[in-house]
Design a protein around this ligand. Structure first.
Ligand code: B3K
Ligand code: ZN
Length: 939
């Protein structure tokens, strides 16, 4: 039969898919046999699917036709039960193949060709650096063969790969290698069999010139397992940390959750062209090189920590995602929220020696919350706000969001808080035992936890509002203290009006249900003494203790605490300890109360939080002042405004508090990010907010000016060359603290002609033996001036290490405006860098390092207009997003989201952003990925 061209799809370009519309598939697939004749220009894929009628689908009447999904495939042949079909026997469109069904059980044979080297979307089968890779989640498998490409179709896979042996010596797929063969004409073959049924999104193959490092480990039950990390030969010296992380992850999952590795062989493959971080394909994880390759010379402490976390994350998916998967893509948080929770716990245990160092655990927790607030809270305040289990989407790729992942993890964490670690573990065991091998829903997960904890006081029905409602609940707290009776009353109010895509779906109704909020609270005397109180909460036994876990379940609710000794005239509440719920808490703290909590709170998270609130109050005060000034008045030493002296005194004390771990001091002296600061703003004026934040930063630098050098010196005995370099949490903490001190010190001396701080930074740059210190020095030296010689040196030294060059691009993309660097100059620098020989315009890491960092992480550098009212940075945005959309819609959609908050900005910028979005919307042939983002932003 001749190849047949596909019929164009219907005019309806972007249908909306609804969670409530879920229906079981008419047919299931028992087994899949695939043969790949790999060739970069034209790969042939022959598939045999064993198909049968879904037992739950209606049994009466005629068998409905089988509708398979496909994309960008050229069909060569189709047969049913090995009998070839004529073109008139089936219907082919661009995205569907409809086949007649002869019986309740039958086979389908198809042969297609595809063009991997032309595949720039990096979904399906593609070529990167002459090697073949796949990415199938969420809907990439349909770009490989015609299939029922949905996660509730779980089949057994047998895969035969054939390729030229010299060009593609390594041939990998999921599961176990069952046969290899030499073929004529220099070709060879490998056959792989995956013993576990899996959804198509977990399919993977890799073929090419790769080398591997191996380890053998023994699991809990005594079974021997082979671990492999496959990379390009030049990167073999950068795999040790990933391997050790994998081994730690395997043992941790056994100990913490009783989950054992189920395959004899577990492989990780690194690829430099990849749309996201990594992918948990069964037994064959494919990773962005960024999350595998590390050694001290090229990777920072943050890179080392990220690698440990992502290696853990993908490995943990083997149970939470692969053995038990999602029924449909609306349930994505079932696997992602749960797996992020698991990787967070893993990282906390690794950093703190399994909890032996609680402050180290707290530092990781703070980092996670900081990330949640600066990404997910912002998402919740914009047009894309959605529940962790969305109700609708146009393009599922747009819903791999901070909400589904990070807020999803907080929802799991609240369940653990409510059930306690033992009850939670019992629930997890029930979940895995009950649903192993199934594709299930978030409701099934919560039900398993509920069934395993019949005695718990948790109303799971109410708890599930966290799954169905979007937005960050705003909790307002009023405290009433009766000194005469020693009684405290907290009056709590929760509010969460419709947000984002809820607003259209709820059609003006404000009918959202109150959440079940686990709220950890404690009280302190005004001197900072921890108080013990008795809490009167319905259904809970009254216990006298310092910390209480409240179940805050009504729109308005009061809690009473008794037993404050008579001598106290006032008490200070510590609320939402350890960030016990993903909410925004409002309590009218005085500066003195926050200073007390910062010094004395027994919860390290809330100690840090008190400091952040102090900074936030001060920055907002400066911002409000700045809003009344014209921009020219906003110099470094603007007349008419002083930074609060009491705050500066506290910061100076904190900086020198030797009882605090350096990692904690570092995190406590880092100001809230721009995004976090916007949370409470009615109108965002980027230049003024940047000015306010920088003014406080400079004041802190000045207030501690006499001590930075000593503080830096104090770290020396704990760092190389005195001790051997190790990227562990403790040493990383010393380095982070030292480098923050250096940053403040250079800032404190920025007006000196010859500055000892700069001299030290330069020395550190040249003498550094690790990338953390080298990059920190470079960043410090470029914070105010361009330091072009050192930047040039760095590029010359690292031009052949793409991951290091990403850091170099990012540093320049995020360079904030300063006295010597105008926003125009920043835009020109970014434009210029697009032409740099180390920039590769189609590589997602490069696009993210340069463009995403500029659009998303340089607010004052990106959002501005010229004196004549033009906004060239937004014109640049339109041009870049539409150019990238033409070859990689997923990456373009990620960039497009950087203007979605436009309505929250000051008027001239907001209008210009709106115009930019409209211009993008009018581009011909916009992908549905970008279209969804732009339409939601403009609605
Ligand atoms: N599950 C993948 C993400 C796939 C994204 C597809 N657009 C990685 C992860 O979360 O582990
Ligand atoms: Zn994941």
């Amino acid at each position: 039969m001749a190849a047949q061209a596909a019929v164009p799809a219907q005019a309806d370009r972007s249908p909306t898919y609804w969670r409530q519309a879920y229906q079981v598939s008419d047919y299931l697939i028992e087994s899949v046999s695939l043969r790949f004749e790999l060739d970069p220009v034209c790969t042939r894929v022959s598939a045999t699917l064993t198909v049968y009628r879904h037992p739950a689908a209606a049994q009466t009447g005629a068998l409905p036709p089988l509708v398979l999904q496909g994309e960008a495939l050229t069909l060569e042949r189709v047969a049913i039960n090995n009998v070839e079909l004529a073109a008139t026997d089936y219907t082919l469109t661009e995205t569907s193949l409809t086949l007649p069904v002869p019986a309740a059980h039958f086979t389908v044979q198809t042969t297609v060709t595809l063009a991997p080297a032309q595949n720039t979307s990096l979904m399906g089968l593609y070529v990167s650096n002459h090697n073949f890779f796949t990415q199938c989640e969420a809907e990439g498998f349909r770009r490989i063969t015609w299939f029922l490409d949905r996660p509730d179709i779980m089949a057994r896979y047998q895969v035969r790969l054939e390729a030229n042996q010299a060009d593609y010596p390594v041939l990998l797929a999921n599961g176990n290698l069952v046969a290899t063969a030499l073929l004529p004409n220099g070709r060879h073959a490998a056959e792989w069999q995956d013993p576990f049924p899996k959804p198509s999104y977990l399919f993977a193959l890799v073929a090419g010139q790769l080398s591997c490092v191996e380890s053998t480990i023994r699991t809990q039950s005594g079974a021997e397992k082979q671990l492999q990390i496959w990379v390009e030969a030049r990167d073999l010296d950068k795999t040790e940390h990933a391997m050790q992380s994998l081994i730690r992850a395997i043992h941790w999952d056994e100990q913490r959750f009783g989950r054992e590795l189920d395959l004899d062989r577990f492989m990780i493959v690194a690829v430099s062209d990849f749309n996201m971080g990594a992918m948990e394909n069964k037994g064959l994880n494919i990773f962005n090189t960024k999350y595998v390759l590390a050694n001290p010379a090229i990777a920072t402490d943050v890179d080392f920590a990220n690698i440990e976390s992502v290696v853990g994350h993908e490995y943990f998916h083997n149970w939470s995602g692969n053995r038990v998967t999602c029924r449909d893509w609306f349930q994505l948080s079932l696997k992602e929220g749960l797996t992020v929770f698991r990787d967070q716990e893993f990282s906390m245990d690794m950093a703190s020696d399994f909890g032996a160092q609680p402050l180290a655990r707290a530092v990781r927790r703070i980092e996670d919350v900081r990330a949640l607030r600066s990404t997910q809270f912002v998402e919740d305040a914009g047009p894309m706000a959605h529940p962790i289990r969305p109700d609708s989407y146009q393009e599922i790729s747009n819903f791999y969001t901070a909400t589904v992942y990070e807020k999803g993890a907080e929802v799991i964490r609240m369940l653990q808080t409510l059930l306690g670690p033992v009850g939670f573990r019992r629930g997890m065991d029930t979940y895995f035992a009950r649903h192993d091998g199934q594709a299930v829903t978030c409701d099934d997960f919560v039900q398993a936890l509920a069934d395993a904890n019949p005695e718990s006081q948790v109303d799971f029905t109410q708890f599930k509002h966290w799954y169905s409602q979007a937005g960050t609940p705003r909790v307002t707290v009023e405290q009433h203290f009766d000194a005469a009776t020693g009684t405290i009353r907290l009056d709590l109010t929760q509010r969460c009006p419709p947000v984002g895509i809820e607003r259209q779906q709820m059609a003006g109704s404000t009918d959202k249900q109150p959440y079940l909020i686990p709220l950890k609270v404690a009280f302190f005397s005004t001197e900072g003494q921890p108080l013990e109180t008795a809490c009167f909460q319905a259904a809970a036994a009254e216990v006298i203790q310092h910390e209480h876990l409240l179940q805050f379940t009504q729109a308005k609710q009061s809690f009473e605490f008794k037993g404050v000794p008579a001598k106290h005239l006032a008490v200070i509440p510590s609320l939402g300890r350890d960030f016990s719920a993903p909410i925004s808490l409002q309590y009218p703290y005085s500066q003195q109360a926050l200073i007390t909590l910062l010094a004395h709170d027994t919860d390290p998270f809330n100690r840090w939080e008190a400091g952040q609130q102090l900074f936030q109050q001060e920055i907002l005060r400066l911002y409000t002042w700045a809003q009344e000034q014209d921009e020219a008045a906003l110099s470094r030493h603007a007349a008419g405004v002083e930074v609060n002296a009491a705050l500066l005194a506290v910061v100076a004390q904190l900086a020198q508090d030797q009882t605090l771990a350096p990692a904690f001091r570092e995190i406590s002296l880092t100001l809230p990010s721009f995004n976090v600061l916007t949370e409470t703003l009615v109108v965002i004026d980027p230049a003024r907010l940047h000015w306010a934040r920088e003014t406080l930063r400079a004041a802190i630098a000045g207030a501690v000016a006499a001590h930075w050098e000593t503080l830096i010196q104090q770290t020396s005995p704990h760092l190389p060359p005195v001790v051997a370099y190790a990227p562990n949490a403790e040493q990383a903490g010393y380095r982070a603290w030292r480098n923050l001190c250096l940053q403040y010190w250079v800032l404190a001396e920025s007006e000196l002609v010859s500055s000892p701080a700069r001299v030290l930074a330069e020395q550190q740059y040249w003498a550094a033996t690790n990338m953390t210190d080298r990059l920190a020095a470079l960043s410090v030296l470029t914070q105010e001036s361009t330091a072009s010689e050192i930047l040039t040196d760095f590029a010359a030294q690292w031009q052949h290490e793409p991951l290091v060059m990403d850091k170099w691009f990012s540093l320049q993309a995020m360079a904030a405006p300063s006295a010597t660097r105008s926003p125009v100059a920043i835009l020109q620098a970014v434009e210029h860098l697009l032409q740099h020989s180390a920039y590769s315009p189609r590589n997602p890491n490069k696009i993210y390092a340069l463009l995403l960092r500029y659009f998303a992480n340089n607010p004052a550098g990106f959002h501005w207009q010229s004196v004549t009212g033009e906004t060239p940075s937004y014109d640049f945005w339109v041009a870049q997003v539409s150019a990238i959309d033409a070859f990689n819609p997923q990456v373009a959609a990620r960039l497009a989201r950087t203007l979605e908050q436009w309505q929250r900005y000051v008027a001239p910028l907001a209008h210009a952003m709106q115009r930019a979005l409209q211009q993008l919307q009018q581009q011909p042939a916009l992908s549905k990925d970008v279209r969804e983002v732009v339409e939601k932003a403009l609605q």
